[in-house]
Every structure is written in structure tokens, then in C-alpha cells.
Design a protein around this ligand. Structure first.
Ligand code: GRG
Length: 297
């Protein structure tokens, strides 16, 4: 059987998310937001990106509802996830954290708007996510706010970032797994759970989303580390082991490149199996799991 063709699915869902993000960002200007702040928020939010978290949320909502009819709550959840993701990138790039000059191929937010405005644009994107998600009559919106807050907060993404910068971090696989389950995994897992909840899925669908989301969240990060090592080694003509020698705390540095790839494949197989009850032998969710490790950026 031919594998599910993800490309048109991605294109349609990414375009839908892109249009919504743009439409909502246009409203900031007329809603009392100071123009420079609105501009800084828009700059990072609309700078491209794969929109993986929104697409996962919409794909789960589609799979549960067995339709691709637009679900307003799922669409708000998808946008809120991207606001939180963008805030984390803006803050992560700041001089006090990674001090990066480029993000998504363009200068980082603080390079363009200065550190104070970039910091505040991140804060505002985080807050706007909850304004958007809480605005509407559906009771499930409260549950979705709690899901997103848990994933983004102290026991989620922020907690993972703190584990990453800890001076006393242990150079072990256990520590690395714990760090990335929080730092990258929590928001990806929340995207899957939020799609199911927004579409009124049952307990079995939620179990599938949890198994899948945990596996894809980790596989995505392993792939990110592998991509980082192989692309920089390729570009600079260095052996791939240089990452470990340089003391970087990545999956290839801790377990080696082959084991990293093996772990990622095993996680993808687990994710594919988890969504079979929802979409059959192959469908968009299984294809998205494969994409999370096969992507080139
Ligand atoms: C709360 C300040 C703060 C940080 C949280 C998620 C995070 C920690 C930082 C982001 C930096 C980073 C490089 C994380 C590792 C992997 C990752 C999440 C990459 C970026 O996500 P993609 O590939 O990016 O989905 P695009 O640009 O496609 O949206």
C-alpha cells in the first residue's frame, strides 16, 4: 500500500493556520496594542516556521471528528499553540539565554526591536494565547487553557529550559530524556491532546494522543539534534563526533549518532501504532510522525 501523501495535507493545514494568524495579528493594531509592540509580535509570529504544533492539533481534531470541517475551537487552539511556541523562540534567542542572531532565516526579534521590546513581545504572545483560547462560549475552552498552561509552565517547557541551563546537570541519557520531555515534548504532547479535546474525543482517543504525542515529541527533538550535528559537520567538513568532543549536550553526544537514529525510528513506530485505531493503517497522523524525524529543517 502506498504511504499517505503528506504534502498536500501539510500545505492545506499550514495555509489555514497562516491565514488565521495573519487575520488575528491584523486586529492587534486596532485593539489598543502599541504599534511597536504589535509590529514586534507580528515579526516573529509571521516569519514562517513549519507550524508543526498547530498542524498536529488540527490533524487530531480531524481524525477524532472524522471530518475536515472547520472546528472553531480547534482553530483557536492551533493558533494559541503557535503563539506560545513563538514566544518561547523569541525568549530563547535573547542574550541572557541562547543569544542568537538569526531565527527562521531572519534576524532575531531583539536584533530588530531591541531586548526590552523583544522580551515584552514574548510576554504578550504568551498572554494573547490564553485570551484567544478563553474567548468563546464553549466550556471545553477552560480545559484547553489548563492543558496549554500546564505544558508551557514550570512543570513543562519553562521547567525543561531551566533543566537545560542548570550548571549541575548530569551528562546522562536519563537527564536528557527528562529535559526534552519537558522542554520540547510537553508542547507537542499538548498539541495532540488539545486537538482531541477540542473535537470532543473520548478517553480512548486521548490515550492514543498521549502515546503518540510523547513519542513524537521526543523523536522530534532527537531528529533536531541529529540534523544539527550532521548539517553543521557537513557544512564545516568536521567528523560527526565533534559534537560530543565540543561538550554539547545532545542525543548524538550522549548515545552516539546510530543509537540516536535507532531511538527516533522506534519512537516513530510507536506513534504510528498508537494512531491506528483512529485512522487505520496509514493516514496524516502516521505520516506526521515520520515527517517529525525525516524533515530537513
Ligand atoms: C520558555 C524561554 C523558553 C524556552 C523554552 C522550546 C524552547 C524552550 C526553546 C526553543 C529553542 C529550541 C531550539 C528548542 C529545540 C527544538 C525546537 C523546539 C526547535 C524549534 O521548533 P520548530 O523546529 O521551529 O518547530 P519552527 O521554526 O519550524 O516553528
Amino acid at each position: 500500500m502506498a504511504a499517505f501523501n503528506l504534502e498536500p495535507f501539510m500545505r492545506t493545514h499550514q495555509a489555514r493556520v497562516e491565514a488565521l494568524l495573519l487575520e488575528r495579528a491584523d486586529r492587534w493594531g486596532s485593539a489598543g496594542t502599541p504599534p511597536r509592540l504589535a509590529e514586534s509580535m507580528r515579526y516573529s509570529l509571521l516569519a514562517g516556521g513549519k507550524r508543526l504544533r498547530p498542524v498536529l492539533c488540527l490533524a487530531f481534531a480531524d481524525a477524532v471528528a472524522k471530518s475536515s470541517t472547520v472546528n472553531a475551537v480547534a482553530l483557536d487552539a492551533a493558533c494559541a499553540l503557535e503563539y506560545v511556541h513563538t514566544y518561547s523562540l523569541v525568549h530563547d534567542d535573547l542574550p541572557s539565554l541562547d543569544n542568537d542572531d538569526l531565527r527562521r532565516g531572519v534576524p532575531t526579534n531583539h536584533k530588530v526591536y531591541g531586548e526590552p521590546v523583544a522580551l515584552l513581545a514574548g510576554d504578550a504572545l504568551l498572554t494573547e494565547a490564553f485570551t484567544l483560547l478563553a474567548s468563546g462560549p464553549e466550556p471545553v475552552r477552560g480545559t484547553l487553557c489548563a492543558e496549554l498552561a500546564r505544558a508551557a509552565g514550570a512543570a513543562g517547557m519553562v521547567g525543561g529550559q531551566v533543566l537545560d541551563i542548570a550548571e549541575d546537570r548530569a551528562a546522562t541519557l536519563d537527564y536528557l530524556l527528562r529535559l526534552h520531555r519537558l522542554k520540547t515534548g510537553a508542547l507537542i504532547l499538548a498539541a495532540c491532546r488539545m486537538g482531541v479535546l477540542a473535537a470532543g474525543g473520548d478517553a480512548a482517543a486521548l490515550v492514543s494522543a498521549v502515546t503518540y504525542g510523547e513519542a513524537v515529541g521526543l523523536a522530534f527533538q532527537i531528529a533536531d539534534d541529529v540534523l544539527d550535528v550532521t548539517s553543521s559537520a557537513e557544512a564545516m567538513g568536521k567528523p560527526v563526533g565533534a559534537d560530543a568532543e565540543a561538550g554539547r549536550f545532545t542525543f548524538p553526544a550522549v548515545v552516539g549518532l546510530d543509537e540516536s537514529r535507532r531511538m527516533a525510528s522506534e519512537l516513530v513506530a510507536r506513534a504510528e501504532a498508537a494512531v491506528r485505531p483512529l485512522e487505520g493503517v496509514d493516514g496524516p497522523l502516521a505520516a506526521l510522525a515520520r515527517y517529525s524525524v525525516e524533515r530537513k529543517s
